[in-house]
Design a protein around this ligand. Structure first.
Ligand SMILES: C[S@@+](CC[C@H](N)C(=O)[O-])C[C@H]1O[C@@H](n2cnc3c(N)ncnc32)[C@H](O)[C@@H]1O
Length: 401
């Protein structure tokens, strides 16, 4: 990227994503909201991974902006004009919007946007130079970011081509290279990702009765890392689990993972699309479990309501999601997921270029609209507020009203 104009404020990101800076911030934060979480979820490692990923996403977003031939510094240009200059193809506005949102959330873009969704008429006032990829100084030994780095690198190379309509997000995220990357990303060995699975499984354990047989359904089980977390949390229980996903390729990965775990439960793997009517032979469940999946629903309220009908009396839906911290926040990982077709036709489909990661209160509202009582949340959002911790994960346990 070109240099910032003299005297312009520096990005909100710390100059160096080094151990000392991040360690100091962690030490100063109020971590009481995390005290009753499993250790890995309250660890410095997870905090450091999140900070590292934010910075890496910022650097890539800046490089993508450059590769679209767009300027930095003072702009004061309408988003539609910038999209025209970048050669954004028909139907690819959501991906361009996601790029701007990413820059904005990382403190690299000022825009006259009041609404969380950018309108083509909104003005972009300034885009600042992004941090370089090279000076990411967080010690690799300290944080395991390999799979995230590899996935972001893959997406960053093709992002401009997707925006310009030369390829599709489905191709970029679904080619053979990408499938291998997903295998490593959606994995129990990828702590930044697996945290959501562990959080959901922990909450499921807390809200379900401590003994007795359990019939469970998993939605969007994908590569099976949530499945593994769930099986581990209920290792001492008689569990009958139906793990489902609409992707046969991902379910094959899940099959391998489940086969490699101790036989603590009966696990059936089955293709199931939660955007379609559930098959009548599915039955009812004590637990419906969805880790990092339901944000992709075509029509979220409808999907949540359909899930409600699958719950046995006293059954519970437990979901875990990465959440935005507020209207202008964006998940760093959205730089990857914004290219997925389901993000271009999101649950918050009006206006249509909105994509699927919601804030905590938006999840609560969606659950309420679908006929659930207010969920139990982990961690407690009230305790988190004002803690100084940018904790973008939430598990929710919801029962029908
Ligand atoms: C972020 S991945 C999570 C995978 C899994 N929970 C894990 O942790 O390994 C989201 C999953 O949701 C699945 N998915 C998205 N839309 C779906 C739908 N309409 N029906 C079923 N699965 C869906 C995707 O195929 C993908 O496997």
């Amino acid at each position: 990227m070109t240099d910032e104009s003299p005297g312009s404020p520096s990005p909100v990101l710390p100059d160096a994503c080094d151990d000392a800076t991040v360690r100091r911030a962690f030490a100063c934060a109020d971590r009481s909201a995390l005290v009753d979480l499993p250790h890995a979820l309250a660890s410095f490692e997870l905090y450091a991974i999140d900070r590292w990923v934010e910075r890496y996403a910022a650097a890539h977003a800046g490089a993508i902006w450059d590769s679209l031939g767009l300027p930095t510094g003072e702009l004061d240009l309408g988003a539609a004009e910038l999209a025209r200059r970048a050669g954004v193809a028909d139907g690819r506005w959501p991906m361009f919007d996601a790029l701007v949102r990413q820059l904005r959330a990382r403190g690299l873009c000022d825009a006259t946007v009041c609404d969380p969704v950018m309108d083509p008429l909104d003005r972009i006032l300034r885009v600042r130079a992004a941090p370089e990829l090279a000076p990411l100084r967080m010690r690799a030994a300290e944080v395991e970011v390999g799979p995230t780095r590899a996935l972001m690198d893959h997406v960053a190379v093709g992002y401009a081509d997707v925006v310009r309509g030369r390829t599709t997000g489905a191709q970029l995220l679904g080619d053979r290279v990408a499938l291998a990357l997903w295998h490593d990303y959606f994995a129990p060995t990828n702590p930044g990702y697996h945290a959501a699975n562990v959080l959901a499984a922990e909450l499921a354990r807390r809200v379900l009765p401590a003994e007795g047989a359990l019939r469970a359904l998993e939605l969007g089980a994908g590569a099976g890392s949530g499945t593994i977390a769930l099986l581990a949390a209920f290792a001492d229980r008689d569990v009958d689990l139906v793990a489902t996903d609409r992707s046969a390729a991902l379910l094959d990965l899940a099959r391998e993972r489940v086969a490699a775990t101790p036989k603590v439960a009966r696990v059936a793997l089955r293709r199931l699309d939660f955007d379609r009517e559930f098959p009548p032979d599915l039955g009812t469940f004590d637990l419906v479990f969805a880790a990092n999946a339901l944000h992709a629903a075509r029509e979220l309220t409808g999907a949540l309501a359909a899930v409600r009908a699958l719950l046995a009396p006293s059954g519970v839906l437990v979901l875990a999601e990465a959440v935005r911290l507020g209207p202008t926040d964006e998940l760093p990982q959205a730089l990857v997921f914004a290219l997925a077709p389901e993000f271009a036709r999101s649950p918050r489909a009006a206006p249509p270029h909105r994509h699927g990661f919601l804030a905590r209160d938006e999840w609560r509202a969606a659950l309420g609209a679908a006929g659930y009582a207010p969920p139990v949340e982990l961690p407690d959002p009230v305790a988190l507020a004002g803690s100084g911790l940018e904790f973008r994960l939430s598990a929710m346990a919801a029962r029908p009203l």
